[in-house]
Design a protein around this ligand. Structure first.
Ligand SMILES: [Zn+2]
Length: 738
């Protein structure tokens, strides 16, 4: 008891996020996110099969439970084998209604909380303990757990700009997120909601308001809020691509931004917001976007204001209007905060590693008076979402958070589960200081939020290159871990907990295994390009006109086509064998290394699939991605074989090239089939394209992923034909000589 009293005392003196000296659960038991405090008790522990009934004390509905606990029947009186849930508003040791106290003994379990969310989270923790007990055939240790979250808004991002997942995948995702105590999803609808008031905007393949409302209710029963995100002023091409809305564009030729001084803009936006609110009944927030505007202050209506008061006045006019709307409709608006910072010349200091602390200090000295002068125009009901996906501790990022705090404005932080944006295996570098990537970045951002007593975080998952949603989960779950317990687990401990919870497996060398897969992804991104890689804007194969939204149309030049094959590497010249192989020695050496380790890595992935107790799909998708990425080094090595002075080698190489092309098709089909288990991989024919610089907006099916391969394979087929013709003409010449 003394320990609890001390804990309570620490809790209130240092703020609720500070984790208390916790006795850890003995191996193999792991609760994810790590609980704030665990005390082990004497006694035998609870056999997983011994829980028989559920007793509830208080006026509340029993919480939704996981696979194991939902087997219990509701009983009347406590006795051995009982899970007792007690709702007691008077428990003083819990700082929030999301907290719980749980006592486990051999006879049963008691969970106390001041709110239904706390009882729900207590049951989630118990479910995990029982899962471990069953997986490892050990009793749950007798213990007492005191637990509560550090941050009160713990959100992940579902961005459906360029794809839509199957509805059942969203339902399953909600169950999965609830297990880890995530309590919000920022659902960026774009055109995937079937708006009723502006029916033109919803894509033919979109979610109806009723379906989304059902999903919202399902999520709420699991203590998750769906926060709708509808982009407004900029990022509006999903609306303004329709000619019917062309009159609302700031520039007639650009669907990127609305005119902020056209009343019609607000009629359309408010209609979309009304539908988004209807689709998410009971939610507290409305995310209104508002980032990366550009292209405003240019129309005859706006230019005089822009000239006189600056572009920022147009931005803030829009922001005030939409925040007023949110207030009238009982929602708290959330706003990406980059535009005011840009205006004050401070934006670069928040994210660029080229800005050191001295430069940041100078920029802020000049910029703060500008920000201060706008203070009265910053809506006070708005949450300013500070976003920077790579460098939490960049001096400007910290100063921005401090500025909001000192001016009474509410901020949250956004981090990212895939800051690179790639669709294969993700970067995970922990020792590169400010430039580290992966889970460490998520942890750093959330720790910063906790230190600054910021109550909300959003783990973004951008769809620009539309990776499979499964690519995001390790990061989502890390965000759940650290927003609950920012100073709990180390990164290594997190990975162990993630593998155990998600798959019921242990894999001490996970990081080095992942690094090997990742190396192959880097090669795949670079393999076919002369310079850089597929993720560079320069190589995004913008094979379409006017995708660079900031450029005016090429008047009179619309039909000029650019030969994108010029960005790709050439093919061996069989008249000068060996020169191609010398030129591309580096990538060919890397290809050899990839092919050498293929048997071991693919077997390892297969074993992971075979031995996982849960979420096997993750490994089957990983295997499909791995087979897909290996087909490119295989092709390069076949080309190398053909690049030989030895005619027999050359001939064998050409046969290998043909085989490699066939292998690619097989692996590509397998990848499409893996994707199509959880998402639609093409749009219906009547979908109106929404094309801009995002890689995944280049095509209406998954084939945007392989634009470079398609072009390169086309080059190879022509090259093969040429070899055949050369060979044929050589034969003819030889015959003539005879
Ligand atoms: Zn305008």
């Amino acid at each position: 008891m003394k320990q609890i009293a001390l804990a309570v005392c620490l809790l209130f003196s240092f703020g609720s996020w500070i984790s208390l000296p916790a006795e850890k659960l003995p191996s193999p038991f792991k609760i994810l996110p790590q609980p704030q405090n665990v005390s082990l008790l004497k006694g035998k522990g609870l056999q997983p099969g011994s829980l028989q009934q559920l007793v509830i004390k208080g006026d509340f509905k029993p919480p939704v439970m996981g696979n194991i606990l939902s087997r219990l029947t509701i009983g009347n009186s406590a006795g051995n084998g009982t899970l007792t849930l007690i709702l007691d508003k008077e428990i003083r040791s819990l700082p929030s209604e999301e907290g719980y106290l749980m006592t486990v003994s051999k006879d049963g379990v008691e969970i106390n909380a001041t709110g239904e969310a706390g009882l729900f989270y207590g049951c989630q923790s118990l479910e995990q303990l029982l899962e471990d007990a069953m997986d490892f055939k050990k009793p749950v240790p007798s213990c007492r757990i005191t637990d509560y979250p550090a941050l009160s808004y713990r959100a992940v991002h579902f961005d459906v700009k360029h794809h839509l997942d199957h509805m059942n995948y969203y339902y399953e995702s909600i169950d999965r997120l609830a297990r880890y105590k995530i309590n919000a999803i920022v659902f960026e609808f774009e055109d995937k909601l079937r708006y009723q008031r502006q029916p033109l905007v919803g894509a033919p393949q979109s979610i109806s308001l009723e379906e989304m409302a059902s999903l919202t209710r399902y999520a709420r029963e699991r203590h998750i809020e769906i926060t709708p995100l509808v982009q407004g002023l900029g990022h509006a091409s999903f609306i303004l691509k329709h000619e019917e809305y062309a009159g609302l564009r700031e520039l007639p030729w650009s669907p990127w931004a609305f005119c902020p001084l056209n009343e019609g803009t607000y009629q359309v936006l408010f209609d979309l917001y009304r539908d988004a609110i209807k689709a998410t009944p009971g939610s507290k927030y409305l995310h209104i976007g508002g980032d990366e505007i550009g292209n405003i202050g240019l129309c005859p209506r706006c230019k005089p204001t822009a000239d006189k008061e600056g572009l920022i006045s147009l931005n803030l006019y829009w922001l005030r209007r939409v925040c007023e709307f949110a207030k009238e409709n009982n929602r708290i608006p959330i706003f990406w905060d980059d535009m005011p910072l840009q205006y004050a010349g401070l934006y670069t200091s928040t994210w660029s590693n080229a800005v050191d602390s001295g430069e940041a200090a100078r920029a802020w000295k000049q910029g703060v008076p500008k920000l201060d002068s706008l203070l009265t125009d910053f809506p006070k009901n708005c949450v300013y979402m500070r976003w920077n996906y790579s460098m939490a501790n960049q001096p400007g990022n910290i100063r921005a958070l401090d500025w909001y705090e000192s001016h009474g404005l509410k901020a949250m932080i956004a981090t990212a589960t895939n800051s690179e944006g790639g669709m294969l295996f993700q970067p995970e570098e922990r020792d590169k200081g400010m430039e580290s990537s992966g889970i460490i970045t998520i942890k750093n951002f959330i720790q910063l939020a906790a230190e600054k007593k910021i109550q909300g975080m959003l783990c973004t998952a951008w769809d620009d290159k539309s990776p499979h949603m499964e690519n995001y989960w390790r990061g989502f779950i890390a965000a759940a871990e650290y927003s609950w317990s920012p100073n709990g687990r180390s990164l290594q401990e997190y990975d162990a907990a993630w593998l155990q919870r998600e798959f019921g497996i242990s894999m001490p060398d996970y990081l080095s295994f992942h690094a090997q897969l990742r190396k192959g992804s880097v090669l795949w991104y670079e393999a076919l390009f002369k310079k850089g890689n597929l993720l560079d804007d320069d190589n995004a194969l913008l094979s379409l006109k006017r995708v660079e939204h900031w450029l005016p149309p090429l008047a009179g030049q619309e039909n000029i086509s650019f030969d994108y094959t010029s960005k790709l590497i050439g093919l061996p010249d069989l008249k000068s064998p060996g020169s191609w192989s010398r030129k591309y020695k580096d990538r060919l050496d890397r290809s050899v290394a990839e092919i050498d380790q293929y048997p071991a890595l693919s077997k390892r992935l297969q074993d992971l699939y075979d031995h996982s107790r849960r979420n096997k799909y993750y490994w089957s998708l990983s295997l499909a991605l791995y087979n897909f990425q290996i087909s490119t080094p295989r092709l390069l090595l076949a080309l190398k074989q053909s690049d030989s002075p030895d005619k027999a080698q050359q001939k064998a190489g050409i046969e290998e090239v043909k085989k490699a092309l066939g292998e690619f098709q097989k692996n590509w089909s397998a990848l499409q089939s893996a994707y199509s288990q959880t998402r639609f991989i093409s749009y219906p024919d009547n979908y109106i394209p929404d094309r801009y610089f995002h890689l995944a907006s280049q095509r209406e099916d998954l084939s945007w992923m392989i634009q470079a391969q398609e072009l390169y394979h086309g080059m190879i087929n022509k090259w093969l034909q040429d070899q055949w013709q050369d060979a044929a003409s050589t034969t003819v010449t030889k015959r003539r000589i005879k």
